[in-house]
Ligand binder design. Structure first.
Ligand SMILES: [Cu+2]
Length: 475
């Protein structure tokens, strides 16, 4: 996804309307009119990350994996070919999807075994910024993720160009694997209190990673996004990390946040925002002339991911450690965000509480006191709207992600709140999430800190009574 991978807005618009107006005329605006058929080969790969060469698992030997693009309402076909020595799945994060295609092992499908393949075929109902990743164990903390961008055939947002920015924390192949780290964490009761963030309300993560990446590139070999002065550019920012929230800023620029987890919101001008694992934000910025740092500091971890936005060929690129005052400027808050009126959910008819906890072991995380081997299940009936009160009684923040739905985060009286599928909750915080039950199935509701997920913080939201099948599949 370098210069050639980032289509200009003009080409993009032509492609979208060509695809809608005709029946996918081949050859028109290559990339968008192409049939939406993909093959994802999950397999061991050797990748260059700046000075380092690592062995990992990835899709098609690239990081991020193949960029998947579609237009709202279209069908996407993606064949997973498992060339790994382990079971795997693909989860389409944030998509209001057919449950059989959700890639949730033990919930709605069996994982694909080594040597097997699985055809994911699903409609993408809503435009927005999404990503896909393995949902088996710690595989998402290896290289098994990629972007999924769904265009709006009636895009109301005016802009000239767009870039996708995927953030990641990386350790695989550098002194061990994510599974090695999980075993180490499982053997310890302590947390690294030196990893601290006021914004996240205390301990910010489980560990420091050797590398932080933008689109698979470390700061020493940064990605360059090429544009022109005066262009209004849409940045689609995705946090694909396992254990790192990032504080994002574009040096020398203010950013106008336009989308939360794919959904439009009323525009908010800020200098910086914090993005948790699984969250996405879109922002637009009108670019000055020069070469500017796009930074994402690993919150509480004293390091950063880094890329360059360049609009002038001769401008000197900023060093990766350049000071970026915007990082300490006006920061986005959830209370600033409001969905469009058309996306407001009805008032909920009833309320359920989900308490987030930590057992005395320090390495088991619970939902309503339960671990994933005997999970909490929130029962809903089709057509109802419920309020989930998240109550974080644990000593750490968690990015909670609901599959198959987006909820509306109710931020206070007089505000409608944003539509989201992943929400960060700090210790001792309570949040109200309204969910409209419009997609029957058995859905994961879990922490997107992968270590916490594997240490028990996984529950379910299911329609109607639990069946023997859903109960047995989870064991
Ligand atoms: Cu968590």
């Amino acid at each position: 996804m370098d210069i050639a991978g980032n289509v200009s807005r003009r080409v993009f618009v032509t492609g979208v309307f060509a695809a809608v107006g005709t029946t996918m005329a081949p050859g028109v605006a290559a990339g968008w009119a192409r049939p939406h058929t993909y093959v994802l080969r999950a397999r061991p790969a050797t990748l260059s990350l700046g000075r380092r060469t690592v062995t990992t698992w990835a899709y098609d030997d690239i990081l991020p994996g193949p960029a998947i693009e579609a237009t709202a309402g279209q069908l996407v076909r993606a064949r997973l070919v498992n060339e790994l020595p382990a079971d795997t799945t693909v989860h389409w994060h944030g998509i209001r999807i057919d449950p059989r295609m959700d890639g949730a092992p033990g919930f709605t499908q069996e994982p694909t075994p080594p040597g097997g393949s699985f055809d994911y075929v699903f409609r993408v109902p809503d435009p927005g910024t999404y990503f896909y990743h393995s949902h088996v164990g710690m595989q998402n903390d290896r290289g098994l993720y990629g972007t999924l961008i769904v265009a709006d055939p009636r895009e109301p947002l005016g802009y000239d160009q767009e870039f996708t920015v995927v953030l990641d924390d990386w350790l695989d192949g550098i002194g061990g694997t994510p599974d090695d780290v999980l075993r180490r964490l499982n053997a310890s009761t302590a947390h690294d209190a030196t990893i601290r963030s006021t914004v996240l309300g205390g301990v910010a993560g489980e560990l420091r990673h050797p590398l932080y990446l933008v689109n698979g590139r470390p700061p020493e070999a940064p990605m360059t996004f090429h544009s022109r002065p005066g262009r209004r550019v849409r940045f689609r920012v995705i946090n694909a990390a396992a254990d790192t929230a990032f504080r994002v800023a574009l040096g020398g620029h203010r950013m106008t946040v336009t989308h939360t987890d794919g959904f439009p919101c009323r525009p908010v001008a800020v200098d910086t925002f914090v993005i948790g694992m699984g969250e996405r934000y879109d922002f637009v910025a009108t670019l000055d002339a020069g070469a500017f740092p796009l930074v994402a500091t690993a919150e509480g971890k004293g390091a950063r991911a880094f890329a360059v936005v360049r609009t002038a060929r001769r401008a000197v690129a900023p060093p990766s450690e350049v000071k970026v005052p915007q990082l300490d400027g006006r920061m986005l808050k959830y209370g600033d965000l409001n969905a469009r009126r058309a996306d407001h959910l009805a008032r909920p008819a009833r309320t359920v509480t989900v308490t987030l906890g930590m057992r005395p072991s320090g390495n088991e995380w619970t939902l309503n006191g339960r671990l994933s081997d005997d999970p909490m299940r929130l029962r809903v009936e089709r057509g109802e709207t419920i309020r989930i009160v998240l109550d974080n009684q644990s000593p750490m923040w968690h990015p909670m992600h609901l599959h198959g739905h987006t909820f509306q985060l109710r931020t206070g009286t007089g505000r409608s709140g944003p539509r989201k599928d992943t929400v960060n909750i700090k210790p001792r915080e309570r949040l109200n999430l309204d969910v409209h039950a419009d997609n029957p199935g058995e859905w994961m509701f879990h922490c997107h800190n992968l270590y916490h997920q594997e240490q028990g913080m996984m529950g379910a939201l299911g329609y109607g009574p639990a069946t023997a099948r859903t109960a047995s599949m989870r064991h």
